[in-house]
Structure formats: structure tokens, C-alpha cells
Design a protein around this ligand. Structure first.
Ligand code: 3HC
Length: 284
């Protein structure tokens, strides 16, 4: 089956970036969230960024209108019913996912694959919610999803070879490079990256260096494109904490225990760029 129309569930940071990447690759996108205004905000951000890119000559004239015309934002779950493929990016909470997958499973055509962008929950557990566990898989994008080329493809224990093949091919068709990874906490990238970001937060907490200096050190001393604390603000301090908790809880290894600043920032609601403040402050 050719995949033409794709639903993205959740118009947060990742949903927005994935919608952008898919529409740029000429896919028709249905971007769903519980409120229409969340979708409108996401589409507005994509539109503004592409308008700037057009002005600077980074993309050809007309790209913005073409991309935006391919994204239908909706607060009505029924609009997802006729899609060929689903990428789920809803809130990282198993109870929320259970509700969404139960409704989704009943509504979609039986052959449709559901991919989850989860970075911290078990894909096997998510697959087991549905009556189509062999067609549920992890498809992990990286922030900013319209820019980063990697997609980690993570089969659940129930996932069929056909589903894996479908997702590998779709990833390539949208200009990404897929890497197949067995299910395990953090997969590959977060298993390596998050301990680095967590260690940066511990260094800050221990008062060994200022936040700006920690980031400068890693940019200039290790060639990171952005410092670990800025990166944390980009992915969301709440997401970084959730991934650290998963690594820690699933392995029981104390080396993954989250640094106190992660918890403090989340308790304060300072979640990074999306809230205007995290380790650093950002203009809204
Ligand atoms: N949203 C959308 N697009 C963005 C963006 C954002 N927040 N930030 C930058 N961009 C785009 C720019 O528009 C530009 O696009 P163009 O090439 O088409 O003009 C492109 O990215 C490059 O941006 P800049 O030239 O302004 O800046 P840089 O060269 O410094 O690149 C970066 C920005 C790509 C974000 C780079 O700093 C980088 O690679 N940072 C590391 C990102 C990273 O590690 N991501 C993975 C996080 S882990 C994760 O997401 C997993 C999750 O489960 C936790």
C-alpha cells in the first residue's frame, strides 16, 4: 500500500517538527491534537519559519504555501480515520496512550501501521494495547525533527518484518536515514546522549562551572553543535527527566539517576525553549 496520507497525533514540539518534515517530503498530513488551537499554533510556527527561510533564499519561493497546504490541523479525532499511517507523539504517559490507542485501533483500517515516537515508554506495552500488535512499532525522531536526519526504528517483540520494512522505506522516502534498534531503554541515541546532558546538570549542581561555561566547554572542546544544557532546553527538561527516569528505573543502575536541577526545573514549570525558560532564558 502506498503511504500518502499520514496522521500525527500530538501537535507539541515533536509533532510539529515531524509534520513539517513529512509535508516537505510531499506527504499529506493530518495533525491532530485535543484542541484545534494547539494545531493552529504548530502550523503557525512552521509557516513563520518557512516564510523567513524563503526571505533568506534558503528554500525556493512557494515552499511555505506548498508545505502548509499539505497540513490539515484538526481537533476532531474522527479526521484521522482514513489515513494510511499514524505517527503518535502524544504526552508520555501510559494511561493517556492507552486511551488514544484503544480509540485509534477501532477507527483505522486493519492494515494501517501505528508508529510511536515515544522516547521513554515500552513499545511492546503500547503494542499490546491494540488488536494489531504486529503493526505497532517505534519510529523515533530527533529534535528539531525537520532538520535531524536520523530515525531510530524500534520493533516491539510483536512487530512483524513487513511492518519493519514499511517503516524503513517510509523513513527513506521522507529523506531520513533509518537505523534499526532492538527495544531497550533509551535505544541508541538517548542512551548515550542523556547521560551526557545529565552529567552536565550534575556539574552545574556541584558548582564546578557556570551553565554558559559548561556549554562553551562542550561546544569548543568536544565539537557538540550546541551545549548539553541548551540541548536539554531544546528537547525539553521534562522529556530529559522522563528519559533519565526510564534509564534509571529499567536498569536499576544508579549511574542514570536524574540530576537535581532536572527535577527542580520541571517542578517550577521551566521546561526549556517551549516555556521560555529552562537552564537559560529565551525570548518568546
Ligand atoms: N526548530 C526548527 N528548525 C530549527 C530549529 C528549531 N528549534 N533550530 C534550528 N533549526 C533549523 C534552522 O532553521 C536551519 O534550517 P536550514 O538549514 O533549512 O536553514 C537549520 O536548523 C540549521 O540551523 P542554524 O544554522 O540556525 O543553526 P545550527 O547550524 O547551529 O544548527 C541545530 C541548529 C541543527 C539544532 C544544531 O545546533 C544541532 O544539531 N543541535 C543538536 C541537536 C540534537 O542533538 N538533537 C537531538 C536531541 S535528542 C532527541 O531529540 C531525542 C528525544 O527523544 C529526547
Amino acid at each position: 500500500m502506498e503511504i500518502k496520507k499520514i496522521a500525527i497525533l500530538g501537535a507539541g514540539t515533536m509533532g510539529q517538527g515531524i509534520a513539517w518534515a513529512l509535508a516537505l517530503a510531499s506527504k499529506e498530513v493530518v495533525l491532530y491534537d485535543i484542541k484545534q488551537e494547539f494545531c493552529d499554533r504548530a502550523i503557525g510556527t512552521i509557516s513563520k519559519s518557512l516564510a523567513k527561510a524563503e526571505e533568506k533564499g534558503k528554500v525556493t519561493a512557494g515552499t511555505k504555501d506548498a508545505v502548509i497546504s499539505r497540513i490539515q490541523g484538526t481537533g476532531n479525532f474522527e479526521d484521522v480515520a482514513d489515513v494510511d499511517f499514524v505517527i503518535e507523539c502524544v504526552f508520555e504517559n501510559m494511561d493517556v496512550k492507552k486511551e488514544v490507542y484503544t480509540k485509534l485501533d477501532k477507527m483505522l483500517r486493519p492494515e494501517v501501521v501505528i508508529a510511536t515516537n515515544t522516547s521513554s515508554l515500552s513499545i511492546t506495552e503500547i503494542a499490546a494495547i491494540t488488536e494489531r500488535p504486529s503493526q505497532v512499532i517505534g519510529m523515533h525522531f530527533f529534535n528539531p525533527a525537520n532538520v535531524m536526519k536520523l530515525v531510530e526504528v524500534i520493533p516491539a517483540v510483536q512487530t512483524s518484518e513487513e511492518t519493519i520494512e514499511t517503516v524503513m522505506e517510509l523513513s527513506k522516502a521522507i529523506g531520513k536515514t533509518p537505523v534499526k534498534v532492538k527495544e531497550g531503554p533509551g535505544f541508541v541515541v538517548n542512551r548515550i546522549l542523556l547521560p551526557g546532558m545529565n552529567e552536565a546538570a550534575f556539574i552545574l549542581y556541584e558548582g564546578l562551572a557556570a551553565a554558559e561555561d559548561i556549554d562553551t566547554a562542550m561546544k569548543l572542546g568536544a565539537g557538540w553543535p550546541m551545549g548539553p544544557l541548551t540541548l536539554c532546553d531544546l528537547v525539553g527538561v521534562d522529556i530529559a527527566l522522563a528519559v533519565c527516569n526510564t534509564l534509571y528505573n529499567e536498569t536499576g543502575d544508579p549511574k542514570y539517576r536524574p540530576a537535581p536541577p532536572f527535577k527542580q526545573l520541571v517542578r517550577a514549570g521551566w521546561l526549556g525553549m517551549k516555556t521560555g525558560k529552562g537552564f537559560f532564558e529565551y525570548k518568546k
